[in-house]
Ligand binder design. Sequence first.
Ligand code: DX5
Length: 231
Amino acid sequence: MAVKQDISIIPSVLPVDFSQLGNAIVDLDKAGVDRIQWDVMDGVFVPNLTFGPDVIASTRSLTSLGFEAHLMIVEPDAFIEKYIAAGCELLIIHAESTRHLHRTLSKVKESGARAGVALNPATPIESIENVVDLLDMILVMTVNPGFGGQAYISSMEKKVVQACELARSVAHEIEIEVDGGISATTVAGAAAAGARALVAGSALFRHPEGLEAAVTEIRSIAAATIALQGN
Ligand code: DX5
């Protein structure tokens, strides 16, 4: 089975009060998340601007959790080494952000990081068929990237199914991740489609009972959904 089956709850730190970023990283670690996603935005690929490598590096010593950099930027090749040096062990490249996706992903692997590819809602799964041998992870965006708190696009579930089918075409393990509008009310659809890595921002940070309750709730709904399917 080349699709990783472990459920991972991955917070996006986009909703955090950035004056409290370090405390948020410590709180997320205590809340039992599996790794942390940094939404890197350059104001060009997406209409928002966020974290440079130095911001990420400043929190690296606060947790042993893995960091993934979701690179929503137009020149990803120029920043691969910088985000790895900042402490990110998984770099997510948008298929739409580089003319030479195979070369960019190869550079991520050669630099010693795991390689993920992200697909915007309009981008078909066929766009990554020729780079699947390089992939450790496929991220199916379930919102149009740039902001947190957007509505989940449920029609992306069929692309999650396609991503699982593509992952099963290779022998090595590939993680299937979704990101955008993931919450207690939407996670079942994503998990039923085959997603196992679940990125959430507002659903975690805005939960009335706090981070740990939110993480537990989303994880248990995903697990129950998968159990019902028998896989
Ligand atoms: C959107 C980001 C997402 C977003 C998720 O561009 O890539 O990670 O922060 O936030 P929610 O879970 O609130 O949709």
